[in-house]
Design a protein around this ligand. Structure first.
Ligand code: PEP
Ligand code: MG
Length: 590
């Protein structure tokens, strides 16, 4: 038996999971051009067809496995991809290139894929344009098969499987993690990358940023994910398995205890009341939000409807039904639906086809929606229809705002579709509640102007930190520089809270910071009264709020604001709160 080894990464979602590793390589290997001798062409074509047969078999297996375990709509994703592999337009073209140019199959496949993707990009029909993502997935599967790499095994065997990958794109995390894996570890990723956020929402322990992970785990029989310490233990011995088993049990007991306190008000010891809201990515997470005692939804990441519906686009009826379901669960609100925040790293490939040089600074969030009017119209109409039933509960929130004009344009569009729906005889309210995310430093700096245009602010510290500190939130190379406690970020947060208070509009904070035990008392002290976080974090936040007084918190916040570095702020808060945190048995993530 191999010796136990500990791989160190960044613990991004607390908890412990023990299980069998499922190793997935998502990054394509580089392809090089090989010029074939004339008599090598036939053998190469035969190799292509053998690889295609293997890839098709695998996609068929995936389709039936996914249908059986997670539902037909997931199975359909893989089935559509298998059919694409049988489409002569695809494979014949690769074969033709091998013959005419005497090149290796991998190279020919790459050329044909580039061409097809470019053609899809030109299509007028949005649905067809969106199929680029499937072309790329199919090409990757075939490339993998040609390169003789073990096909990514997808074993939907549930909580005892640990997903180990070089990179986990959010779409895969969602497909595989919908209650189907016990833990994650990946080579890429950071504290607030979207895959991390999904892991947290689902309460799945996760460690990211482990260099060389896939090679290290390839032959392991068992692994332990320690999301608290940021460790992945490979081939643990029986003693370690027992220790971690006990820790996992203790964590579950603690969560259970905290859930028992979900009915208590989230008020400081001197009586200042906070509103605790949930961040959710999927409609079924309503149950977890309720169990955690959420008083509403502070952030519904509607773009996940898009990921889930793929390869279909979520049409107006489907979207309106999803929003109505959220509203029915919290009829007096707030239910804050963020308009599609696609682009950047989220589904950029599917939305845009061609990669951007700087996607995080590119066509993302509201920018992308305003460039795709048909796509945006569907969502705004669906939202207005949902608001018809619950006008005071629905809050429409627009991401990545940097300019006042963007808000004005969204308002004009909402008004246009409101009139349009009325003329169709559909019930819509006279007025809808519209707010913006403050997640670009420019928005924080012009908050006074934005406040005149909107009904609420929601501070997105994940992006606000990224853009203020110029640190890519998903890049493990710079994850140590991603510091929400940096004085620059704190000053912007404080600024937005006080501008909101002066303008008389509510301000919430829905970045990961809202759930950070060190940040909760600080944010209370900065005057924040609405916190929104992934549901599993709600019980602890409630306990923290109840354990501090506003007076104390304000003193702490004032002192923290005067410090010069993120490290000083973190150390100061830790020192101030260590008694409280150990009393609440809180472990701080690094
Ligand atoms: C944020 O940026 O803080 C936020 C909540 O939005 P997202 O993490 O989805 O970008
Ligand atoms: Mg954001």
């Amino acid at each position: 038996m191999s010796e136990p080894r500990t791989l160190v990464g960044l613990g991004v979602s607390g908890g412990i999971a023990i299980g069998k590793p499922i190793v997935v390589e998502n990054r394509p290997l580089p392809v090089t051009l090989v010029q074939l001798p004339p008599d090598g062409v036939e053998a190469e074509v035969a190799r292509l067809h053998r690889a295609a047969t293997r890839a098709a078999t695998r996609l068929a297996e995936l389709a039936s496995e996914a249908t059986r375990t997670v539902g037909a709509e997931y199975g359909a994703i893989f089935e559509a991809q298998r059919l694409m592999l049988e489409d002569p337009a695809f494979l014949d073209e690769v074969e033709r290139l091998i013959r005419t140019e005497a090149v290796n199959a991998e190279w020919a496949l790459e050329q044909v894929t580039h061409r097809l993707v470019a053609q899809f990009e030109q299509l007028g029909d949005l649905y067809l344009r969106e199929r680029r993502g499937d072309v790329l997935d199919v090409a990757l599967e075939l490339q993998r098969s040609l390169q003789g790499r073990a096909a990514a095994p997808i074993d939907f065997s549930g909580a005892t499987s640990i997903l180990i990958a070089d990179d986990i794109p959010p779409s895969q995390a969602l497909r595989l993690a919908t209650r189907m894996v016990g833990g994650f570890a990946s080579e890429t990723g950071g504290l607030t990358s979207h895959t991390t956020i999904i892991a947290k929402s689902l309460g799945i322990p996760a460690v990211v940023g482990i260099p060389g992970l896939v090679r290290e785990v390839e032959r392991a029989g068992l692994v332990i994910v320690d999301g608290f310490e940021g460790h992945l233990i490979v081939d643990p011995d029986p003693a370690l398995i027992q220790v971690y088993g006990l820790r996992a049990e203790e964590h579950r007991r603690r969560q259970h205890e905290l859930l028992g306190l979900a009915h208590l008000p989230a008020a400081t010891s001197d009586g200042r009341t906070m509103r605790l809201l949930a961040n959710i990515d999927l409609v079924p997470e309503i149950a977890a939000a309720k169990a955690g005692g959420a008083q509403g939804i502070g952030l519904f990441r509607s773009e996940f409807l898009f990921i889930q519906a793929s390869p279909e686009l979520p049409n107006e009826d489907r979207q309106a039904a999803a929003y109505a379901e959220l509203l029915a669960a919290f009829p007096s609100g707030p239910v804050t639906v963020r308009t599609f925040d696609l682009g950047g790293r989220k589904l950029a490939r599917e939305m845009l086809g061609n990669p951007e040089n700087n996607p995080v600074l590119g066509l993302r969030g509201v920018r992308l929606c305003l460039q795709k009017p048909d796509f945006f119209r569907t969502q705004l109409r669906a939202l207005l229809r949902a608001a018809g039933q619950y006008p005071d509960a629905l809050r429409i929130m627009v991401p990545l705002i940097g300019h006042v004009e963007e808000v004005k344009t969204v308002r004009v569009l909402l008004e246009r579709y409101r009139v349009e729906l009325r003329s169709e005889g559909i019930v819509v309210p006279d007025r809808v509640i519209v707010g913006v995310m403050i997640e670009v430093p420019a928005a924080a700096m012009i908050a006074e102007h934005l406040a005149r245009e909107v009904d609420f602010f929601a501070i997105g510290t994940n992006d606000l930190t990224q853009y203020t500190l110029a640190v890519d939130r998903g890049n493990e190379q710079v994850s140590k520089l991603f510091r929400p406690f940096h004085p620059a970020v704190l000053r912007l947060v404080e600024r937005v809270i006080s501008v909101g208070a002066r303008a008389g509009i509510p301000v919430s904070l829905c970045g990961e910071m809202a759930a950070d035990p060190l940040a909760v008392p600080l944010l209370v002290g900065l005057g924040l009264t609405e916190f929104s976080m992934h549901p599993p974090a709600l019980p602890l936040a409630r306990s923290l709020i109840r354990a501090v007084s506003f007076r104390e918190a304000r003193r702490m916040a004032q002192r923290a604001l005067a410090l010069a570095t993120a490290k000083e702020v973190e150390e100061y808060l830790l020192e101030q709160l260590s008694g409280l945190l150990s009393h609440l048995k809180v472990r701080i993530l690094p």
